[in-house]
Write a protein that binds this ligand. Structure first.
Ligand code: BGC
Length: 334
């Protein structure tokens, strides 16, 4: 493992760690426990920045570990065990998104363990942080195994809380700067997705994908139906929806004809947020040379469903003292 100084954030030294094998090379940074680079067959498959300032400036959660609750919580409010909680309203002052003003993406994580093929990070998230109940201790481990990136998450709490962790890497298996995600073939083993309202908050309804632009079960190019006349696509300006897995494996895959690379996703999570970089227009070029453009890459976020704390019909997102939150997600490159 090669470790070098990446910069300073919140008065703390931040490092970048690079490791891998003959197939895959991964770089991660302590700032937000973020994936900075993933190289497979000499192709850069993840959008990243050359220096720490790119991440500090970033508003799109590039490569980061998102929490305590990934995606949106309606009005930043929920009740648990008879108590009402109010979270930071960091999205347009009306919604709670990706953990709040300083979510886990913008915290400096502590290195708990380093091996030749991986790194384990630890974060302590105090009771009341961004409005969430309970002291939470979190571990995230990035490991390279053959041609896969494996991410394992663990968390424990001392009070009932809600939790939804994910990795927010924007993948481009055609090579960052070489083609956009509309050209790439996405397959999702999902029969339904969570319908959203105008504020991108789930309505609670799971809509069947069959016969809609959301049917990716047999694989199709992202660009095929992204511009279709469909209210859900109009609201989000493209795909920005949580698909519910149907139990088939792999849960999802994406491939590029140009590079010949396919990435398969295997996860213990119930769903995947597919966000086609609809708002990716920031003046913050990837690796100091590739401009951020709409649909430049796609975030494939394995997680629980958005706003589950307010949706009794969605899979449970509550973590209680004595329990252990775990997630195992594999991104396999072929
Ligand atoms: C959300 C988008 C959001 C993006 C960056 C995604 O996970 O689904 O709505 O714009 O993250 O913040």
């Amino acid at each position: 493992m090669e470790t070098s100084f990446f910069g300073k954030a919140q008065d703390t030294d931040v490092f970048i760690h690079t490791f891998g094998n003959d197939k895959i090379t991964l770089s991660v940074t302590d700032y937000g426990a973020r994936v900075v680079s993933l190289r497979y067959k000499n192709t850069e498959c993840v959008c990243g920045f050359s220096d720490l300032s790119g991440y500090i400036k970033d508003t799109e959660y590039h490569g980061s570990t998102v929490g305590r609750y990934a995606n949106r919580i309606s009005d930043g409010k929920f009740s648990l065990g008879g108590e009402s909680y109010t979270l930071a309203l960091n999205e347009k002052g009306v919604e709670h998104l990706h953990g709040g003003n300083t979510g886990y993406s913008d915290r400096v994580w502590e290195v708990a363990e380093k091996t030749s093929d991986g790194i384990k990070y630890r974060l302590f998230s105090p009771d009341g942080e961004e409005g969430y109940p309970g002291n939470l201790e979190i571990f995230v481990r990035f490991k390279v195994e053959d041609s896969s990136l494996v991410i394992d998450y663990e968390a424990t709490t001392d009070k009932d809380t809600v939790i939804n962790l994910t990795n927010h890497s924007y993948f481009n298996v055609g090579g960052v700067g070489c083609e956009n995600c509309r050209e790439q073939t996405l397959m999702i083993n999902a029969d339904s997705y969570a319908e959203v309202d105008e504020k991108l908050i789930p309505t609670g309804k799971l809509v069947q994908c069959a016969g809609t632009p959301f049917d990716f079960r047999t694989g199709k190019k992202i660009g095929k139906d992204i511009g279709a006349m469909d209210r859900q696509l109009e609201i989000a300006g493209g795909y920005d929806h949580c698909f519910v897995f149907n139990g088939k494996s792999p849960m999802a895959s994406i491939s590029s004809e140009k590079s010949g690379i396919t990435m398969e996703i295997y996860t213990t999570e119930p769903g995947i947020q597919v966000y086609t970089g609809n708002f990716m227009t920031e003046d913050n070029p990837f690796f100091a040379k590739y401009p951020q453009r709409t649909n430049e890459a796609v975030a494939l976020e394995c997680n629980k469903l958005p706003d589950s704390p307010n949706q009794p019909g969605f899979p449970c997102c509550i973590l209680r003292p004595g329990e252990r939150y775990t997630q195992h997600t594999v991104y396999k490159f072929i």
